[in-house]
Ligand binder design. Structure first.
Ligand code: NAI
Length: 299
């Protein structure tokens, strides 16, 4: 089975370099018309350049169709204009990959709230702004594919990235509710946690690992998650050609007996509460509430 993106229109944010560029090139190679968005700033979000234009030139040189866009994902008016541009040229928007991002790493003790807000603004608010701008179009089309970009930092934590981790797990949360709200309109929403050697991580990877963690090795998982065949509500780790699934699980827990709902009872039963035996993956918040009622019935 060949997975084609013929007649699909895709927007990839932050696609002037790194992972976004790799996604844009392969989407175009497989037939999609691509909006290559990037404001072209430095790693911390400062400045601007024509990075998106260079990627469009690459796509066109290979016979593909693309337009460059320099909107900041945080600017609602610019993002709405980007979506309007794509629709006036190609009539629809099928795919949005929210990929743009910046870093302002510091230990929490040294981090100012300006660095916290700037990172949450680009990753979390920026992804919400872009998603909001395509949401109605996707509902009207009864077709949409949205990919959020999380990170191992968001899912599991990383020293010096409190701002980034908060934004990145926020994106997984955003995806879970949009998955529920988009389901009846044919909109599938997933989250990727990539690992790749890009300028964002250039100081983390030892030189002999650079080839292994080439962004191209993340592309197959990312493109599957925005294809016709895509699942929905998945959190997928991808790096060096390894593809993983991450889940937000829930243990069966322990129902404190009536008359013994005390701090001491929680302490005494902590191992049972935390035990992962029989854990599940609820498909909605309501499902967690149902498990509470079940735990009471069992007790
Ligand atoms: P990158 O720095 O090459 O790409 C990010 C792009 O976003 C840059 O081209 C930048 O100009 C653009 N950008 C920044 N602010 C923007 C804004 N306001 N509007 C539009 N574009 C903007 O880094 P990389 O690694 O390709 O990152 C892509 C995504 O993957 C990011 O969301 C990053 O957090 C995420 N990620 C990357 C990992 C890795 O191992 N490289 C690990 C986990 C997550």
């Amino acid at each position: 089975m060949t997975i084609s993106f013929d007649n699909r229109v895709a927007i990839v944010t932050g696609a002037g370099g790194g992972l976004g560029r790799a996604y844009a090139l392969e989407l175009a190679r497989r037939g999609a018309k691509v909006v290559v968005n990037d404001l072209g700033g430095a790693r911390d979000g400062s400045g601007s350049s024509d990075a998106a234009l260079k990627v469009v030139e690459e796509i066109e040189a290979a016979g593909g169709a693309a337009i460059a866009n320099g909107a900041s994902v945080t600017d609602e008016a610019q993002v709405e204009a980007m979506v309007a541009d794509a629709k006036s040229r190609w009539g629809r928007v099928d795919i949005l990959i929210n990929n743009a991002g910046i870093l302002r790493d510091k230990s929490f003790a040294k981090m100012g709230m300006d660095d916290f807000r700037a990172v949450v603004d680009v990753h979390l608010i920026g992804s919400a702004v872009c998603t909001k701008a395509v949401w109605e179009t996707m509902r009207d089309q009864a077709y949409g594919r949205i990919l959020m970009t999380s990170s191992s930092t968001g899912l599991y934590g990383n020293f010096g990235q409190a701002n980034y981790g908060a934004a990145k797990l926020g994106l997984a949360g955003l995806a879970k509710t949009l998955h529920l709200e988009g389901a009846k309109y044919g909109i599938k929403v997933n989250t990727i946690a990539p690992t790749a050697a890009t300028r964002m991580t250039e100081d983390i990877f030892p030189p002999d690992m650079l080839a292994l963690f080439n962004p191209d090795n993340v592309v197959p998982a990312a493109l599957y998650l925005v294809s016709d065949e895509a699942p929905s509500n998945m959190i997928v780790g991808a790096g060096a050609g390894v593809v993983q699934a991450a889940y937000v699980t829930l243990t069966p827990g322990y129902a404190l007996p009536e008359g013994a709902r005390t701090v001491e009872e929680v302490a005494a039963n902590w191992d049972r509460i935390a035990s992962r035996e029989g854990e599940i993956v609820p498909q909605s918040g309501a499902e967690q509430a149902m498990t509470i009622l079940k735990a009471l019935q069992r007790a």
